[in-house]
Design a protein around this ligand. Structure first.
Ligand code: NG6
Ligand code: CA
Length: 524
């Protein structure tokens, strides 16, 4: 069983009466209808933020948020990559229950991963009367898959068909084409006289490509990231046209942050849900020049400074509109960190003593703790206690927890992997509710943490997910060779260094059986 931190015990025993008192005096709306601002960063690690021990970039605004709320030390992203993690968070069902082609890292022209009609987090909130907005990273596919997505016409189904009232978003990743924002159903700022074409299979148009014209690049890239050059950065995939609509990487954070502030202003009078996905500190890293050199760990650290600025702007907007007390803010990340992810931007050399995954082993893509343990900070003054907690929380639980908060029943069979952790969020229990968490690595491999024990099944020697021309420093190689099952005790060995599989065969068997049971339990 997870250890319950002394402070959470203290919180549970001393704060609950205070919280109850506070909730009756707050605000003009029922206490179970706070606005929800969910800030989900992209590839920010467990050790990247100051309050989590990060030393590579100052993060005073995120640290202040933590000081005003609850910091989870045992929070997990459902997967070590973006698409499956976000799928799981929005649906409450582990992505690996679906076919890999639907929920593995998606290209910019892949079909929508979540079927319209699914009970999603935004659907739930919309049903409860919330305005629902998506800003920033999406990466869950577009279109029905029957015909190719036409980026010059109506792009649907997409975020609006799975519960968002409005959306202004990056279709996949910033390293993938098309390099344009989509606003609701259309490419933002598209000149119809300059139509967009996208292909991941063949070269199209006359734009230069990175592998032929390295002299045009801000920094080099491996072959996988060396197709069409846009704004001096080569991408995965080919794109032509849409010149007026192409984003400027250095301005992405500003564009999205401005829209977040506007969304808050426009919805200040009604309950709202803002799903804000930063691009930072994902590759290609191109923080605005005003943040360059503002960290001690190079370009990736500067991108983290940019995140901190973004968070500060969003929190200031809540403050200006008097919304602090009736807004639940959640700050987290979609998967673990990575230094080298295709671009030679100097991040690996500049990291110095900063440890993006903190004391944990591994990186993005992997089942080790560093791949999926993420920062999670919750703030809702007067409701969420101030302090830290050792209770486990997976982002797959956001849905059932929100449903409980809104007192909305979940239909039988929906969101089958999501656990209601509202009592944890509100500091009403010292007893652990979630006693295990499933961790998902690239190539659809799983691991199970139960209490302090961590089990990683053996897998075939396949270079899971490693594409053409991968650089040898690609962290995905670390997962490829895993002929023996692994068992770690995270209480005594948080860095997963001593494999206890042969010392504790009975624990190994028990965890293997439980993982099997979870794996075969029917999903949605
Ligand atoms: C990988 C890309 C990587 C990144 C990742 C998605 C290669 C070699 N690497 O396939 O650069 O885009 O996909 O990251 O293509 S995620 O955070 O959105 O999951
Ligand atoms: Ca990510």
């Amino acid at each position: 069983m997870p250890r319950c931190h002394a402070l959470s015990l203290l919180l549970c025993t001393t704060l609950v009466p205070l919280l109850a008192a506070a909730s009756t005096s707050t605000a003009t709306r029922p206490a179970n209808r706070p606005n929800i601002v969910l800030i989900i960063t992209d590839d920010l690690g467990y050790g990247d933020v100051g309050v989590y021990g990060g030393t590579g970039a100052p993060t005073p605004r995120i640290d202040r948020l933590a000081a005003q709320g609850l910091r989870f030390n045992q929070a997990y992203a459902p997967s070590s990559t973006c698409t499956p993690s976000r799928y799981s968070m929005l649906t409450g069902e582990y992505a690996w229950r679906q076919p890999p082609a639907q929920t593995s890292i998606l290209d910019g022209d892949a079909p929508l991963a979540i079927p319209p009609g699914t009970l999603t987090l935004p659907v739930l909130l919309r049903q409860a009367g919330y305005a629902t907005g998506l800003l920033g990273k999406w990466h869950l596919g577009l279109g029905d898959g029957k015909t190719a997505v036409d980026f010059n016409g109506e792009i649907r189904p997409g975020p609006l068909e799975i519960g968002f009232d409005t959306a202004f978003f990056i279709p996949a990743t910033v390293d993938r084409v098309p390099c344009v924002f989509i606003h609701d159903h259309r490419v933002h700022g598209l000149d119809p006289a300059d139509p967009i074409q996208v292909s991941y299979l063949k070269r199209i148009g006359s734009d230069p490509v990175g592998h032929e014209h390295p002299e045009l690049l801000k920094y080099g890239a491996d072959r996988q990231h060396a197709d069409t050059i846009i704004n001096g950065i080569s991408r995965i995939g080919h794109m032509s046209g849409g010149n007026a609509a192409r984003w400027v990487d250095e301005d992405i954070a500003d564009v999205l942050t401005r829209r977040a502030v506007r969304f808050i202003e426009e919805n200040a009078q009604r309950p709202f849900f803002l799903h804000f996905g930063t691009h930072d500190p994902h590759v290609p890293r191109a923080p605005h020049p005003r943040f360059r050199g503002k960290s001690s760990s190079g370009i990736r650290g500067d991108a983290i400074v940019q995140i901190d600025w973004t968070v500060g702007e969003i929190l200031d907007a809540l403050d200006r509109h008097g919304l602090i007390d009736n807004t639940l803010v959640l700050f987290t990340s979609d998967n673990g960190p990575v230094l080298f992810d295709g671009y030679y931007d100097g991040a690996t050399d500049a990291v110095g003593g900063h440890r993006p995954a903190g004391p944990l082993r591994g990186w993005k893509y992997l089942r080790y703790e560093g791949g999926t343990r993420v920062p999670l900070i919750a703030r809702w003054p007067g409701h969420v206690p101030v302090g830290t907690t050792e209770q486990m929380f997976s982002l797959v639980d956001v849905l059932a927890t929100t449903a409980a908060l809104l007192e909305q029943p979940l239909p039988a069979g929906a969101s089958s992997d999501s656990i209601n952790l509202l009592p944890v969020l509100l500091g009403q229990t010292a007893a652990p509710i979630r006693d295990h968490v499933v961790q998902h690595g690239i190539g659809n491999v799983l691991a199970l943490r139960e209490g302090d024990w961590k089990y990683i099944p053996a897998n075939a020697d396949t270079a899971t997910g490693i594409g053409r021309g991968a650089d040898p420093r690609d962290t995905r190689f670390a997962q490829a060779r895993n002929p023996e099952p692994q068992l770690y005790n995270l209480a005594t060995d948080p860095g997963e260094t001593r494999n206890l599989a042969s010392a504790h065969p009975e624990i190994l068997r028990k965890l293997a059986a439980r993982l099997d049971e979870i794996r075969h339990r029917a999903g949605r």
